[in-house]
Design a protein around this ligand. Structure first.
Ligand SMILES: C[S@@+](CC[C@H](N)C(=O)[O-])C[C@H]1O[C@@H](n2cnc3c(N)ncnc32)[C@H](O)[C@@H]1O
Length: 284
């Protein structure tokens, strides 16, 4: 089969399975299967795929047609300009989560001490991006998923920051030593409500870990606990920077105000939704 035929075959297959942008996805799958960039596909429509390449491309196309995300098929995702290994044990890093990293870097750069904790570290994307950009920072990453922590370690090693990241199995901060206090707590917690879950895209609902998505009945269960525990674990003047769902800013603002945080603020994503909550623990 030639490149042009392969793209046509997969485009039709993906379109009939309801995949958005089927031609682009077909090209990405082909580019991964034959280990060539997209420019090669355009320049060589008559390139004949080897039997091995064709088999791999067929397998990948069938997986994508079952709505498995492209990132789990190719095994990686870019985040904050860095490449992260991903598997079905972790959430695929999202562009809106980069807002947390931006804020965190800005805050840590003006602190004298730079100890942070990442609650629900997943692939490690937030912590590793911070550690790469703030050279004298030190992070503790916790997660209830051992497999996620294994992948976070692998990613930290790949990016040369494993010596500044400690990984702990912990339900929020339960197993984390908070006696020294953190300068910063970052988190992208699970925040999807039980009623929202069935309506998620199949790629998310059927493939990403439920543990990474579901935040209890109303989506706020983990956020609520996290806000209370984070306040005890921060130094006075320390910050909490946390991702929230697109419709949770009011509820989260109330929880933060009621539990005595200062300077409560929200940052909007590119579509204008308030997606990141920032709050400061009052000084002594
Ligand atoms: C939305 S994912 C975020 C992963 C990663 N930080 C990111 O931004 O891509 C949430 C993560 O929190 C973890 N998690 C879920 N419940 C938790 C809990 N009670 N305590 C700690 N981590 C938890 C999940 O295993 C998952 O890795």
């Amino acid at each position: 089969m030639r490149i042009s035929e392969a793209i046509r075959f997969a485009t039709e297959l993906l379109a009939s399975s309801g995949v958005e942008n089927p031609r682009r996805e077909a090209s990405l799958l082909l580019s991964t299967s034959i280990n060539r960039d997209m420019a090669f596909l355009i320049a060589h429509p008559d390139y004949e795929l080897s039997e091995q390449e064709l088999n791999l491309f067929r397998q990948y196309s069938l997986r994508r047609a079952k709505r498995e995300p492209f990132q789990y098929i190719c095994g990686y995702q870019e985040f904050y300009g860095l490449k992260f290994s991903v598997s079905r044990d972790v959430l695929i890093p999202r562009p809106e989560t980069e807002l947390i990293v931006e804020q965190a870097i800005r805050f840590l750069q003006i602190r004298e001490t730079r100890q942070f904790c990442d609650i629900g570290i997943g692939s490690g994307c937030i912590s590793i991006a911070i550690l790469k950009h703030v050279p004298d920072s030190f992070g503790i990453g916790c997660d209830v998923s051992k497999r996620a922590l294994e992948l976070a370690r692998k990613n930290a090693q790949m990016h040369g920051v494993a010596d500044r990241l400690r990984l702990i199995v912990s339900d929020i901060l339960l197993n984390v030593d908070i006696s020294n206090g953190f300068d910063l707590i970052v988190s992208n917690p699970p925040y999807i409500s039980k009623s929202e879950f069935p309506n998620l895209q199949p790629e998310v609902r059927d493939y990403e870990p439920r543990l990474a998505l579901l935040g209890g009945e109303d989506g706020l269960e983990i956020i609520q606990k996290l806000i209370l525990q984070a306040k005890r674990a921060l130094k006075p003047g320390g910050k909490l920077i946390m991702e929230i769902g697109y419709d949770q800013a009011n509820a989260v603002s109330n929880i933060l105000q009621e539990s005595g945080w200062n300077d409560v603020d929200f940052i909007a994503d590119l579509r204008g939704f308030l997606r990141v909550a920032v709050a400061t623990k009052p000084p002594l």
